[in-house]
Write a protein that binds this ligand. Structure first.
Ligand SMILES: Nc1nc2c(ncn2[C@@H]2O[C@H](COP(=O)(O)OP(=O)(O)OP(=O)(O)O)[C@@H](O)[C@H]2O)c(=O)[nH]1
Ligand SMILES: [Mg+2]
Length: 357
């Protein structure tokens, strides 16, 4: 029986082999991308809190808000009250310009926190002040540093008329400051989630965004069943504009087939044509019983639904808390969103009654 040897060098056949292993380990450390997850405004901070409660391996969670009371109940690795001089800790009251000014006021502090990130997820609910205005400034800043910038935003319910228009403008502008903006339409989400009260529907959105950010980050930063590396993510997300996401979660014998079908059928953003996606990321997570074969099948099933030249990347992680369930996330990048291209209802109304804008 080999005995436990407290001397680490003695575990190797030679000192050279020990040195070689150490060199590889430090190369792995150096190659591991650094990931920052930044939540801006109320919704952004709620998403960060969700991730913090679940835990995330290999990502730093930063919460930014102008609303001191909300920040005090937010969970994150770092919390920054931004624009304190401007808003006195009272929020931006739905004005994106104030959100921009607040982020600019505190930019130096924010820059210190996000310094050195290779991948930045910037989360916000569009339609208010802090998140809508702040996300623009923060993503612009990350972009200057050469990081891969992924915006993850929710769009307001269509009944939130005024907010809806603000969100549309914000989404258009985020296309220029982010590599990819993953957009989730709250109205579509509430249909998928069923008839839930507003607060709970928002909770579902936070969970979904949280799972997306956590899943991708951990598949990149830690050893997984199938890894996605930084270069893969870049290939799919760099300068790709808008992305839609769909999620399916199932159990039973045909859990992979049904979860893939559900993910493709329930995209949380209305897009013009799924087959026009420029890149696809498939992420599978499942309990300890998930097999490599199932994961490969998920990739194949998605590939079959799309034109042969679509670039596809897939990764998988075991999540022991999932028991015998499997979750498939399909992210379609470079899509055309009907939310942006549809004529503004407000503008149409204004035209009809002859109002000059
Ligand atoms: N996903 C999600 N969306 C939310 C949540 N709370 C609000 N929203 C949505 O996000 C939009 C913006 O709301 P907030 O994030 O509260 O606004 P804010 O960025 O803090 O802006 P101000 O309060 O005006 O400074 C709303 O119109 C809702 O559609 C949440 O907890 N989760
Ligand atoms: Mg707020």
């Amino acid at each position: 029986m080999p005995q436990f040897d407290p001397d680490p060098v003695a575990q190797y056949q030679s000192p050279e082999q020990f040195m070689e292993t150490q060199k590889i380990i430090s190369a792995v450390e150096l190659a591991r991308p650094s990931v920052s997850v930044v939540g801006v405004g109320g919704a952004g901070c709620n998403i960060v809190s969700w991730i913090k409660r679940r835990g995330i391996a290999g990502g730093k969670l930063i919460a930014l808000n102008t609303d001191a009371a909300h920040l005090s109940i937010t969970q994150a690795d770092r919390r920054l009250l931004i624009g304190e001089k401007l808003t006195k800790g009272r929020g931006c009251g739905g004005y994106p310009e104030r959100g921009e000014q607040a982020a600019l006021e505190s930019l130096e502090e924010v820059k210190r926190e996000v310094h050195g990130a290779n991948i930045a997820f910037v989360c916000a609910g569009l339609g208010g002040g802090t998140g809508t205005g702040g996300a623009k400034i923060i993503t612009e800043e990350f972009r200057k540093t050469g990081a891969l910038v992924v915006g993850v935003v929710t769009l307001p319910f269509s009944v939130e008329k005024y907010r809806y228009e603000l969100a549309k403008e914000a989404l258009k502008s985020l296309r220029n400051t982010c590599d990819t903006v993953v957009a989730i339409d709250n109205t579509k989400l509430s249909k998928v989630a069923g008839d839930l009260p507003l607060q709970q529907a928002l909770g579902v959105a936070n969970e979904l965004v949280g799972q997306f950010v956590k899943g991708i980050t951990e598949t990149i930063t830690t050893a997984s069943l199938i890894n996605i590396d930084f270069a893969d993510l870049r290939a799919i997300m760099e300068r790709r504009g808008i992305a839609a996401i769909g999620v399916g979660e199932k159990d039973g014998n045909d859990r992979i087939e049904s979860a893939v079908r559900q993910a493709l059928d329930s995209q949380l953003l209305d897009i013009k044509d799924i087959t026009k996606s420029r890149g696809v990321l498939v992420h599978v997570s499942g309990g300890e019983d998930v097999t490599l074969e199932e994961v490969t099948r998920a990739g194949e099933l998605v590939t079959r639904s799309l034109p042969p030249n679509t670039r596809i990347v897939w990764g998988a992680r075991v999540d022991p808390s999932m028991n015998n369930r499997a979750r498939v996330m399909v992210v379609l990048t470079g899509v055309e969103s009907t939310f942006i291209s549809e004529q503004s209802r407000w503008a149409l109304g204004a035209l009809k009654i002859g109002v000059k804008r």
